[in-house]
Write a protein that binds this ligand. Structure first.
Ligand SMILES: C[S@@+](CC[C@H](N)C(=O)[O-])C[C@H]1O[C@@H](n2cnc3c(N)ncnc32)[C@H](O)[C@@H]1O
Length: 317
């Protein structure tokens, strides 16, 4: 059995424990397969595979889990820094290949997950999300740790969500993340449609249970709402419903939901609302929202979109 602790990766211990438990809850003979988007070096994959194996021996010759990842990134981009740091940590640098101006880390994943790919219980699918197709008829568990924006989540919704059944589980790993505004909004529409419900939260992960069929019609309806809604308004509903729930480390993860609204206010020039998002995010950890003088000055700069001259010129042109 592969030890997830030995695999450098990005998910926290509490998320690893939950993925293990979710894997262990699956009866591989009765339930559908497991699909993961965003495996990286395989830490999260190993947690789920260990859970599957602890419930029943993985002697099946059919894949029980499909691991999707592009396994590559730009050699001079931000993500390459993580790849290099993690491969150094695991002393597997020689397995990261340079291909033109990109680096590919599939061999690292193969190295760590080799027992499961060899016995056929785990299948690797090297693909961009836009090129990914569902390889099975029924899905019991999805761990979604790749799309950062709705346009890519929509592809997964279209091709994979209709294969989920009542009782299936979806883990949205990037839910409590300050860049995830459109992801939070799409999940909010799924929650409001009553097709999923929240089970628990762990670090930045939102764990949900499927309670009704997620049909293509419903997904198209949500897409229309995504096109016509102002994202911060939907995020506000998500925040309001979340504050009454038990959230893992709320002082760390709830402020991120407030921050996730900022890009949408910023791009529409609503700097006063940007300032309020920052106040709300900082205020989650305070009894009252009195800030120190430096924070007050910074809030003033937010309110002008960091461009007092531009605002002044507008007033006095
Ligand atoms: C945050 S990492 C996943 C961390 C991993 N679950 C772990 O346990 O360490 C995100 C992964 O998603 C992949 N990814 C991001 N965008 C993608 C896309 N559009 N298509 C395919 N893979 C993508 C990246 O290559 C990366 O390996």
């Amino acid at each position: 059995m592969v030890d997830a602790q030995l695999i450098p990766g990005m998910i926290e211990p509490i998320e690893q424990k939950i993925l293990y438990e979710l894997g262990r809850a699956i009866d591989v003979d009765k339930h559908g397969c497991v699909v993961e988007f965003g495996t990286f070096f395989g830490r999260s994959t190993a947690c789920i595979m260990r859970g599957l194996g602890d419930r029943s021996s993985l002697t099946s010759c059919r894949p029980l889990m499909y691991a999707f990842d592009s396994f590559n990134c730009r050699a001079d981009g931000e993500f390459a820094k993580h790849v290099r740091a993690c491969s150094g940590q695991g002393k597997v640098e020689e397995l990261v290949e340079t291909v033109g101006d990109r680096i590919n880390f599939r061999k690292v994943f193969e190295h760590y997950l080799e027992p499961h790919t060899t016995d056929g219980s785990l299948q690797i699918i090297e693909a961009e999300i836009k090129d990914s197709q569902c390889p099975c008829d029924e899905i019991s568990l999805m761990h979604i740790d790749a799309p950062k924006f709705y346009n890519e989540l929509k592809i997964i919704m279209d091709r994979f969500f209709p294969k989920l059944k009542n009782g299936s589980v979806i883990v949205f790993q990037d839910y409590f993340f300050h860049w995830s505004g459109t992801i939070i909004a799409a999940i909010q529409f799924l929650l409001e449609a009553g097709v999923i419900r929240i089970s628990t939260t762990a670090a930045s992960s939102l764990v949900t249970e499927v309670v009704d069929t997620i049909s293509l019609d419903l997904i198209e309806g949500i897409d229309k709402k995504m096109q016509t809604s102002f994202v911060p308004t939907v995020i506000d509903r998500a925040i309001n419903s979340m504050v009454s729930k038990v959230v893992d480390r709320p002082t760390v993860f709830l402020p991120r939901m407030c921050l996730s609204k900022i890009p949408y206010y910023w791009e529409t020039g609503r700097y006063g609302d940007v300032r309020q998002c920052v106040i709300d995010a900082l205020g989650v950890n305070k009894q009252n929202t009195k800030f120190d003088p430096v924070t007050m000055d910074l809030l003033d700069m937010f309110a002008y979109g960091f461009d007092a001259k531009g605002q002044y010129d507008l007033e006095h042109e």
